[in-house]
Write a protein that binds this ligand. Structure first.
Ligand SMILES: *Cc1c(COP(=O)(O)O)cnc(C)c1O
Length: 365
């Protein structure tokens, strides 16, 4: 059994993918070619964002957002303590200070109630993460941000296609970032990402920053990066986007099979009524995690932990001085969360076998 089955996905779309790749290679338009333009148009329509800008990775999407907002050394950016490292990493890379906020125990997203106490005169923005495929509480966060005049950038690396109160991830705040890393809900065959915004001027700035700060050929107005999405990846993404809604629908079915069968045995994922998850992960909580993982592994069932170390404990960030006592919810979650195989091609029988293995392993513990 695969944790995320990219092999089956490839076999299903193989003919379409090869055709699109051949078009790019025949035209030899690898950088900023028509395949990229087309994908950006499709992404814009699908995401409902005013601007959808392809870029080199989810990490670079975050960096581009921070650059476009002119974040300076010493500026503070509020982020959840429980996320993939890149969220904090890009803030730190440009010399700004990631300030951690504890999470909600049922959704694992940033707890809006704990944001105000972390706002100082140096705070410039909030970067909520829409973890495991479910959007953070974006309206509440936007409202908290509005009176001190902070910007909000949604790290939607795991939530492309998710909806919040009927609106799409990426278009819920001033800026959104997503990732097309192969295992993400919409994945390419390498690295890729996108930035979303409804602000025309910001969109222009992002396009300049991702192309070496270049405003005209060989005229550089800014210090930027080489942050472009290449045409081969864009071509693959165009194919995958055609099938995305159908895959997401199939994952809803898989998630409900899991939840029906597991709800009396473990803490299952909580999706709030106003949210629709894209199930980047199906994550449960088990107190005896190492044992459960080992037991599943013996039966050929892969699991993963997202994430075993909260940010305040990361070696590269410990100098910021965060303690377990300040972030009790994130600290506890990092010790207990475990993700089960989740992809659109799982059958009910396979889900049953995973569920039986989980229940057996818990009983042993
Ligand atoms: C994957 C991920 C990123 C980074 O995306 P890449 O495309 O791998 O650079 C950033 N934030 C979160 C929450 C992620 O899950």
């Amino acid at each position: 059994m695969d944790f995320i089955d990219l092999k089956t996905q490839y076999q299903r779309y193989k003919t379409e993918i090869h055709e699109e790749l051949e078009n790019v290679m025949t035209a030899a338009a690898f950088i900023k070619g028509p395949a990229l333009k087309r994908f950006e148009t499709e992404l814009k329509a699908h995401s409902t964002a005013t601007h959808a800008i392809g870029c080199s990775s989810g990490t670079d999407a975050i960096l581009l957002g921070l650059l476009a907002m002119d974040v300076k050394p010493g500026d503070e950016v509020l982020i959840p303590d429980f996320t993939f490292f890149a969220t904090a990493e890009m803030v730190r890379l440009i010399g700004a200070v990631p300030v951690f906020v504890d999470i909600d125990p049922s959704t694992y997203n940033i707890d809006p109630a704990k944001i105000p106490e972390q706002i100082t005169n140096s705070t410039v923005g909030i970067m909520p993460v829409s973890l495991y495929g479910q959007c953070a509480d974006m309206d509440t966060i936007n409202e908290i941000a509005s009176s001190p005049g902070l910007w909000v950038l949604e790290d939607g690396a795991q939530s492309y296609g998710a909806t919040y109160k009927g609106r799409k991830s990426g278009s819920l705040s001033l800026l959104g970032a997503t990732s097309f890393f192969p295992a993400k809900p919409l994945g390419c065959y390498g690295d890729g990402g996108a930035v979303f915004t409804s602000d025309d001027e910001l969109a222009d700035r992002i396009r300049v920053y991702l192309n070496h700060g270049q405003v005209e050929r060989y005229k550089h107005a800014q210090i930027g990066i080489n942050g472009r999405l290449d045409s081969l990846q864009a071509a693959i993404l165009s194919v995958k986007l055609r099938h995305f809604d159908e895959e997401t629908e199939a994952k809803q079915q898989v998630a409900s099979w899991y939840s029906e069968r597991l709800r009396d045995h473990v803490q299952i994922p909580v999706v709030e009524d106003h949210n629709r998850s894209v199930w980047a992960q199906y994550t449960i909580r088990v107190p005896n995690r190492a044992q459960v993982q080992a037991s599943l592994k013996e039966k050929g069932i892969p699991t993963a932990v997202h994430y075993p170390i909260p940010l305040h404990r990361q070696e590269a960030l410990v100098d910021l001085g965060g303690t377990d006592e300040q972030f009790p919810v994130a600290t506890k979650a990092s010790a207990e969360v475990m993700s089960l195989p989740m992809h659109p091609f799982l059958t009910e029988e396979e889900v049953d076998s995973v569920v039986t293995a989980v229940i057996d392993a818990i009983a042993q513990g």
